[in-house]
Design a binder for this molecule. Structure first.
Ligand SMILES: O=C([O-])CC(=O)C(=O)O
Ligand SMILES: [Mg+2]
Length: 619
């Protein structure tokens, strides 16, 4: 995290060109003490940049011998057209008169000067003119590639309006059409062609200090299935949220897509498909490529880079998490992030439905990453609360997969990750029959398949419970198990409902029902920030529980009064700081934090580390 602080100071004190040495001089990196004051908290000085590793021979340039190859990176000061084309530093019409003089911008811009607020107003106005969501997405991507600070300013200040644009549901459509909307490449592509050279590929990325990688192999993009290389939209979108919602500096985020082929026939036959045109590599070939990748990442960026696995298919997701969680800082968003956000919603919902977790019975449709991940975290939390062994607490949790209720007679044929959920019960084929047999108080959809919570299912939940809790988690909206309107009307206004992708409020019999969004976007940005600021080297389940509890604690009485079990996204930066603080505290308690000494006020510290998108002045 110290890196984030350092970068912020660097930008404040950029050494810009004098007329003599334009663009030639190596940028002198000078630490400023001007803004150190803002970092001081309760007598603590959080500005000591050495906790994060200080100056390291990151790329082995100093220790390389003459016969070892290194990448000859240079950093020069941008001005004129190259400044306007550099998204990190471009400010468009916001360049002042002085900056236009000093940086050779005269004539390259029209005479008007807009401040960032006016630019934001203009862009929001333009965005609202587009009726097709994908056009909004493309406009936002263009902005990100043109003026990064303005992009984040928009996203942070209009988070509820723009989240559905840069994230689910629109990002799903963008991935489906990635080949045709593709303009400038974003992120890093590592395909089978790069086998044996992954370390070199990482070195082609212009940023050296990376703190978070979101990586996908595109095999299970949201609930849309195998989109191969076009899954890149997901790591790009998730990392935009790391910055906007969690305050992680954009330059320290790296989106990666691993292309091992695709089994999607439509893409294989599409002349505009951007990925490898071959069937997916599996088995040893797949494992070897991932092993090389994981090894190269650690070699290049060190022990503390967070690797977030995203939208891998079930088998690989569980295997990778298990294989690398003891040697790398890895987090699977679909298993662990989704689990943490749902547990938070359940903890919060107890205020509305009463009782404690152990008083509830849970039924899942879908026994993949999300389903079994959530189930396990609920079992762990109940075990923590009641001191009962987790083998016992699992018994209140039932899962239905494509073959029906998971029961002990199916044990032999079940995949490993489903086995803990095979309880004693006679076989049950359909979800409706499972609802009738198990009588759950909570119904959770996580199968990736849409329209599976039928009218009968919702009506049965409502007949069994005063306030049934119904979570339709699958993304994007087209894959949602039911809509908000269906949940409220079929349950006659009884359901407490939340979904993975957003739904508008619904009016039913004169009353307004506001659905919550149970999406891992509440968790991963703050969770990652907590790992970064503590310099954590491993992820533990206790940290996930801490994140859930922190999120649940952010739901206010006003939110509960509206039937909400999540706080609004408009407060997300504050929420992320609280999640980060609790996660970091856990990392310190568990002895897994490497940034010492431990800051006294972790919430303030987390806030002080967050990237802010306001423009900086150039001299
Ligand atoms: O991306 C989202 O909206 C949530 C998620 O991880 C998924 O559905 O795979
Ligand atoms: Mg995902």
């Amino acid at each position: 995290m110290m890196w984030l602080n350092r970068r912020r100071h660097n930008i404040n004190t950029l050494q810009l060109p004098t007329k003599g040495g334009l663009g030639q001089k190596l940028l002198a990196v000078i630490m400023s003490s001007a803004s150190l004051k803002e970092m001081r908290n309760g007598g603590e000085d959080y500005s000591n940049g050495h906790g994060g590793g200080g100056v390291r021979d990151l790329y082995g340039e100093d220790c390389a011998t003459e016969d070892q190859l290194i990448t000859p990176w240079t950093f020069s000061v941008a001005s004129g057209c190259s400044l306007l084309r550099d998204p990190r530093y471009n400010k468009g019409l916001a360049f002042t008169e002085g900056e236009r003089d000093a940086h050779y911008l005269r004539g390259l811009l029209p005479p008007a000067i807009f401040n960032q607020e006016l630019q934001e107003k203009r862009l929001m106005h333009n965005l609202r003119q587009y009726e097709v969501p994908l056009h909004r997405y493309m406009a936002m991507m263009d902005l990100q590639e043109r003026n990064e600070r303005l992009f984040y300013k928009l996203l942070i200040n209009n988070v509820e309006e723009l989240l559905p644009v840069v994230y689910t549901p629109t990002v799903g459509e963008a991935c489906q059409k990635y080949g045709s909307i593709f303009r400038r490449p974003q992120g890093l592509y590592i395909s089978l062609k790069e086998k044996g050279k992954i370390l070199e590929v990482l070195k082609n990325w212009p940023e050296k200090s990376i703190q978070v990688i979101v990586v996908t192999d595109g095999e299970r993009i949201l609930g849309l299935g195998d989109l191969g290389c076009q899954g890149m939209g997901i790591p790009v979108g998730k990392l935009s949220l790391y910055t906007a919602l969690g305050g992680v500096r954009p330059s320290s985020c790296l989106p990666i897509t691993i292309d091992v082929g695709t089994n999607n026939e439509k893409l294989l036959n599409d002349e505009f498909y951007i990925g490898l045109k071959q069937k997916r590599a599996t088995g040893q070939e797949y494992a070897e490529l991932l092993e090389e990748f994981m090894h190269a990442v650690k070699q290049n960026y060190g022990e503390k880079v967070l690797i977030q696995f995203e939208d891998f298919a079930n088998h690989n997701a569980f295997d990778l998490l298990e294989k690398y969680s003891s040697s790398h800082l890895v987090f699977n968003d679909d298993i662990q992030g989704t689990a943490s956000v749902v547990l938070a919603g359940l903890l919060a919902s107890l205020k509305l439905v009463g009782g404690t977790l152990v008083d509830h019975t849970f039924l899942f449709l879908g026994a993949g990453e999300a389903g079994t991940g959530i189930a396990e975290l609920i079992a762990l939390e109940i075990s923590k609360q009641t001191k009962a062994p987790v083998e016992e607490t699992r018994k209140k949790i039932w899962l239905v997969d494509s073959k029906g209720l998971i029961v002990s007679s199916r044990l032999e044929s079940l995949q490993q990750f489903k086995k803990p959920w095979a309880h004693e019960h006679e076989p049950v084929k359909s979800l409706l029959d499972a609802v009738k047999a198990i009588k759950p108080t909570v119904l959770i959809g996580s199968s990736g398949a849409g329209k599976t919570f039928t009218k009968e299912v919702v009506e049965t939940m409502a007949s069994l419970n005063e306030k049934p809790l119904i979570l339709a988690l699958s993304n994007p909206t087209s894959q949602s198990e039911c809509t908000a309107e269906e949940a409220y009307t079929w349950s006659k206004g009884k359901a407490i409902f939340a979904s993975g992708s957003p739904f508008d409020p619904v009016e039913y019999e004169g009353k307004l029902f506001v659905p919550g969004q149970a999406n891992n976007a509440y968790i991963f940005p703050g969770f990652g920030l907590g790992l970064i600021i503590s310099g954590a080297i491993r992820v533990r389940d206790e940290m996930l529980l801490a994140a859930s509890e922190a999120l649940a604690a952010q739901v206010s009485q006003e939110n509960y009064d509206k039937g909400l079990i999540y706080p609004p996204f408009s407060n997300i930066r504050k929420i992320s700081a609280h999640i980060a603080a609790k996660v970091a505290a856990k990392a310190y308690d568990l002895g897994l934090a490497s940034h010492l000494p431990r800051p006294k006020d972790l919430v303030k510290y987390a806030e002080s580390c967050m990237y802010s998108p306001g423009y900086r002045s150039y001299r």
